[in-house]
Design a protein around this ligand. Structure first.
Ligand code: ZN
Length: 241
């Protein structure tokens, strides 16, 4: 089974299109949340995503805030500007889609969440402590998370010590469960590599393949500026942080 794993598209349609073209034919697509927020094309990105066959998608913190499911107080000033803009432009159709997204789904031996299994909307798994708690508490062999915008793999080594790798583009990883995989962000990478990030996963054989793909970051950046969204969110796409 060839599953396309996406996360943190953030209304960036050019990045999503580049990923879909690069990934080719897949059996299913799993999206780990934050379809909207920051980017200038939330409706377009959501519509494109929804057209994909066998889509499973969970809710991210930006999705939840955009449909009023969580408080706006937790967002910083610039994220808040972007959130308010997004709330204004969302079509009823996109809002309905986002509103109905589950926070957590178990599929094919994988737990899919945006943040972490114990706190699906908010917790970042970006450090050894949160990763260890997640690995010890997970009910399935694999946990698939997003939210940090960093491609990462957490697992226990042969001595039972927590370890992690920053996966390399195009490389396959087969790791004894439990494993937490993060595909990185399609629409707003933050690891100083501006290329869109995604993964291809074969859950039956536990084969994870990280990928990066070049897209027109200037196009997405211009759209953000034309929409009057914070300049910081335009610049960071080009620089990858
Ligand atoms: Zn995000």
């Amino acid at each position: 089974m060839r599953v396309l794993v996406l996360s943190d598209i953030h209304g960036n349609l050019p990045a999503l299109e580049a990923v879909l073209e690069d990934a080719g034919v897949v059996d299913a697509t799993w999206c780990l949340g934050d379809v909207v927020g920051y980017g200038a094309q939330p409706n377009e990105a959501a519509a494109r995503l929804r057209k994909l066959p066998n889509l499973t998608c969970v809710m991210g913190n930006h999705d939840a805030a955009a449909v009023g499911k969580i408080d706006q107080d937790a967002f910083n000033d610039e994220a808040l500007l972007s959130l308010r803009w997004t709330i204004n432009v969302l079509t009823p159709d996109t809002r309905e889609f986002l509103k109905d997204l589950p926070e957590k789904i178990e599929v094919e031996g994988c737990t899919l969440v945006h943040g972490s299994p114990r706190s699906p909307i908010w917790e970042y798994i970006g450090d050894p402590y949160s990763a260890e708690v997640a690995l010890l508490g997970i009910a399935t062999p694999y946990g698939l998370v997003g939210h940090t915008h960093h491609p990462l793999v957490f697992y226990f080594d042969e001595h039972g010590m927590l370890t992690w790798v920053f996966p390399v583009d195009g490389q396959k990883y087969i790791i004894k469960p439990p494993v937490i995989f993060n595909p990185g962000s399609v629409g707003q990478p933050r690891d100083r590599d501006p290329r869109a990030a995604y993964a291809i996963f074969d859950p039956q054989n536990g084969v994870w393949e990280s990928h990066r793909v070049q897209y027109d970051t200037l196009e997405s950046s211009d759209l953000i500026q034309q929409a009057g969204l914070p300049l910081r969110h335009a610049i960071r796409l080009v620089e990858g942080w």
